[in-house]
Structures are given as structure tokens and as C-alpha cells.
Design a binder for this molecule. Sequence first.
Ligand SMILES: *Cc1c(COP(=O)(O)O)cnc(C)c1O
Length: 358
Amino acid sequence: MIDLRSDTVTRPTAAMRAAMAAAEVGDDVYGDDPTVNRLQAVAAERFGFEAALWFPTGTQSNLAALMSHCQRGDEYLVGQDAHTYKYEQGGAAVLGSIQPQPITNQPDGSIALADLAAAIKPDDVHFARTRLLALENTIGGKVLPPAYVAEATALAKSRGLATHLDGARLANAIVRLGVSERAAVAGFDTVSFCLSKGLGAPAGSLLFGSLPYLAQARRWRKALGGGLRQAGVLAAAGLHALEHHVARLAEDHANAARLGAGLAALGLKVDPVQTNLVFVELPPALLAALRTQLPAQGILAALGPKTRLALHLDVSAAQVEQVITAFTRAVDSAGTVSTEAGSGNAARAYPAAAGAAR
Ligand SMILES: *Cc1c(COP(=O)(O)O)cnc(C)c1O
């Protein structure tokens, strides 16, 4: 199987499983798990925060962070495309009584500073209290420009807002930019960081912040059902991932770039590839061909008019070539392709993608 649906599908490596099997454990609700405590201490030091708190999922880590920053009736500024707004069932509103103020994301994933400034409400009984700016990095596989992050967080601070980063895939941004963890989180009061995406742990996210924030987040974690007992077996996977699986993300980025280039060479519209995610537009006839042909070749993908293909630890460079070959066959069989003689693959043309998102 070549599973391109997400970078969450990775299975723990043999070395990771060995580390998990050997982990010392205790009851983490009592703060007694030595492996959880070690992971939290190691990660906090590496990211330059006072403390870190382990969560079973990134959804819960983000929610506990938002609930620690905002009281009932407060609001947070967030991108229209952000995970905390769009892909977490509105948990901040449903469970936290926090009003999201969604704002359009620019093509590079940022939120325009003017839009942010305009969305901050004055202190007036008609308005929710604007408390927090939440950014996401990477967002849709794109790395937020560091200069933008500095400006946006400075703007938030100057207007009295706290700042949260959903850094589920921040490790991809760190590797792509070649910056330190500390540099990547500068300007944020809290950061949520996934160990279970590209880093390959079976579960776990870390929330970074100051001790008072994390004390509050720890309370919310318990209320949200995230107080785990012998979580050290999972924390051991996280420690292993931090030590062994960060730098190697460059391989996923190279594989993604190769896949993007291979698909573009077939005449498909591919977004510029920055990290481990490839976004490609699939015309209807090709989409139909791929729906039958890919599974038959053991390739799993979340196919749609705009398809996201995720590269990760369990997809090799050789498998990327298999995927490109499979797409090439599908293009050849789709029947809607007209190849102009003499100008090679790049000249393959498609009818307009009716019904496609863009
Ligand atoms: C996956 C993801 C999350 C949530 O993580 P889970 O561990 O799946 O709950 C949050 N934010 C972003 C940007 C993500 O990609």
C-alpha cells in the first residue's frame, strides 16, 4: 500500500516501538509519569518555552489552549481556512463558548494585517471581547513567511491580544526554513505541535506556554477527557520522533517536490510545493479513471477535484515514481486528453474542470 491520504497514517517504526516498550511509566494525571515528564521538559527546552504539556491529540491541545486564553463570550481571530475554525467541528464555540472571528486567508496562508486590525473590536457592550490571534503554520502545506509572523504577532501584542500558533506541522516549516525551533515560535504565547503527523508517533501533541497558561490548560485537558494514565508509552514515541524524525522531513519535502513536478509534467495544475503536501487539480474524466485505477495498484488517496497528496515516513522515493507512473497511465486512459504533437507531455491539455473548486 502507498497511502497518500494523510501524514497521520504512518506506523511506528521498529525503533520507535522498542522505545515505547521500554518506557518507564507512571500515572500522568498525578504528574507521575517520568517519560511524559521527560518529553515535556526536553521539548520545552528545545522550543524555548517555560513548559510543555502532552495531549493525546492536536484538536484537544488547540481547544485547551483557546479555552485557557478566552473566557465565555470572548472571541479569537482566526483564518477562514484554519484547522481550529474549519476542521475541529467548531469546538471552540461548541465546548468553549468562544466566538471565532474568521478572516479570509491570503493565497500564501497569511491573514492580511489590515484585516486583522479591522477585526479587533473596541471595548463596547455590543461586541465580544477580542482576546486572541490564532495563526497556523504550515497551513495547507504552506510556510508562513517569518517576517509576516513577526508583524502579525507584534500587531496582536500592541492591541492587547494573546497569540496562539497551531503548529501541527510546524516541524515541516522549521525544516523547510532551516531555522531553529525557538526562532519558529517567537512571538507566540502558546504553540500546539503534533507528534503524530510527519513525525510519525502514533499519538500525541505538545502544548507549549508559560506555567500559568499550562496550569489552566491542564485543568481543561482533564475536563475534556485527556487526562491519561500511563501515557509514557506514547510519550516515548514522541521523544523518539523529536530525536530521529525531524531532520528527515527534508526527504518528504523532496518526495513531494518530485511528485508535484511529475504531475505538472503531465499537464496537471499543481500548486507550488513547499513542504510535504501536494495539491493537484483533477479534471472529471481523470478523476474517474484514478478512482478505479489507483486502488487496484495499492495507492490510497483522498481523491477530489482538488486532491491533496501527503508525503511521509512510509512513502519512499521509489514509491513516488510508482505513483507518477500510475497517474501517467490514468492520464493516457482518461480519453479526454489531447496531446499536441511535437511539444511533449507539457502540452497535454484538459477540458475545463466543471464543478471543481477552482
Ligand atoms: C491534524 C491537525 C490538527 C489536529 O490534530 P489531531 O491530532 O488530528 O487532533 C490541528 N491542526 C492542524 C493544522 C492539523 O493539521
